[in-house]
Design a binder for this molecule. Structure first.
Ligand code: G6P
Length: 373
């Protein structure tokens, strides 16, 4: 009903606008009085955490892309390898699991059968499983050793939106907790990162407040596009994959996401006059090497006549010069950028789907949670 949608004309619309709150609520109550990360509800011994020497994230769909984002952050912070594997691939390849492996099962619904079967397999092999889940008491958290709930609130639209930013937030909290327990970082370093994380709801809100018109206009302009490419590097790579997934899920447009560095190894062959290419451009400061590399990718496809849509930092003059349309993000550290960058892509997919007259909440052939293998 309209009341359930809180005044929005679709659940997807409502839920995208809940992105800031989803991050905020997931951070709530996760700190002790000293400001350290305190995951009280995670009942895994501190000792068991200390000896963890590898993380394997298992998930499907959007949750798997949240896991890919977390890999960049956790490896950087904790200095242990993080693998991300689609749950349905994981079980059947005899993965290397030890009691020192922490398996992190990410699932919005907590009922995805592929993920449930994968976590059962991990526990049988003696690994600890921690669930990152949005649904209280669902099968996946019930069968895990520990759970870290994302408090995004119920997600109704089939295409996942606010759960994605909440999953990244929860995985980041886990990573920072591990860094704390393992002494992998100085406390003030961790504190510094937490401060920027706590700042993200405000930055996401800025995107919702200022970018929707540009996004809507871009969707109108691209309505007849037959296909899209989404490209990004580093954490922008999983964001590109997620942006591509949103567009194919609800607007039924043929869309592929690639690592921007792969462009010259294949995808550039797809680019000709007018082909829409979406670039996730990393912040200018800090990681200038990556910024320059993504920029040269933009130049290359531009030279072949592509129509460039960029997600980039406010004030990025280089991007302004080449891109046909820019969705701006407020300045933030690279590792935080996925939390904002996915938002215009969610809105863009929704606008495209609505303009085409599709039901954005219930896309054809898809289910909210897939409870069969
Ligand atoms: C389905 C949904 C996706 C979701 C995926 C994983 O395919 O349509 O939106 O990302 O399942 O669901 P989960 O509940 O495990 O996060």
């Amino acid at each position: 009903s309209a009341a359930e949608k809180g005044g929005w004309d679709s659940f997807m619309d409502k839920e995208i606008h809940e992105d800031p709150a989803a991050v905020q609520r997931t951070l709530l109550g996760r700190f002790d009085k000293n400001g350290d990360v305190a995951l009280d509800e995670v009942r895994i011994d501190e000792h068991d955490f200390k000896v963890i020497d590898k993380i394997i994230v298992i998930a499907c769909g959007t949750a798997a892309y949240a896991g890919m984002v977390a890999k960049y952050a956790i490896e950087h912070w904790v200095r242990i390898p993080v693998e991300v594997e689609l749950a349905h691939e994981f079980r059947y390849r005899d993965p290397i699991l030890t009691p020192r492996t922490l398996v992190v099962a990410i699932s919005q619904s907590g009922e995805t059968m592929d993920t449930l079967m994968a976590l059962r397999h991990a526990r049988e092999q003696g690994s600890k499983v921690l669930a990152i889940c949005n649904t209280q008491g669902a099968s996946i958290p019930r069968e895990s050793d520990a759970v870290l709930y994302t408090h995004a609130g119920p997600e109704v639209a089939v295409a996942s939106t606010k759960a994605f930013v909440a999953q990244i937030t929860a995985a980041y909290l886990l990573g920072l907790y591990l860094a704390q327990v393992k002494g992998a970082m100085f406390r003030d370093e961790i504190r510094h990162i937490l401060d920027s994380l706590k700042d993200m709801p405000r930055k996401i809100q800025w995107v919702l407040d200022t970018q929707t018109k540009t996004i809507h206009k871009a969707a109108e302009r691209m309505l007849n596009a037959q296909s899209f490419l989404f490209l990004g590097r580093h954490v922008g790579y999983p964001v590109a994959l997620e942006g591509a997934l949103k567009l194919k899920e609800i607007a039924y447009t043929f869309t592929e996401g690639f690592a921007a560095g792969e462009l010259k190894h294949g995808p550039i062959a797809l680019v000709d006059e007018g082909e829409p290419v979406v670039f996730i451009v990393p912040p200018e400061r800090g990681r200038d090497v990556l910024h320059a590399k993504v920029l040269s990718g933009i130049e290359e496809v531009k030279a072949r006549g592509a129509f460039i849509i960029a997600v980039a930092e406010k004030g990025d003059k280089d991007v302004e010069r080449y891109a046909d349309v820019v969705f701006w993000r407020p300045a933030c550290p690279t590792l935080m950028s996925p939390l904002v960058d996915v938002v215009p892509l969610q809105l863009f997919a929704m606008d495209m789907a609505k303009l085409k007259g599709y039901d954005v909440d219930k896309p054809r052939n898809l289910a909210k949670s897939v409870t069969v293998e």
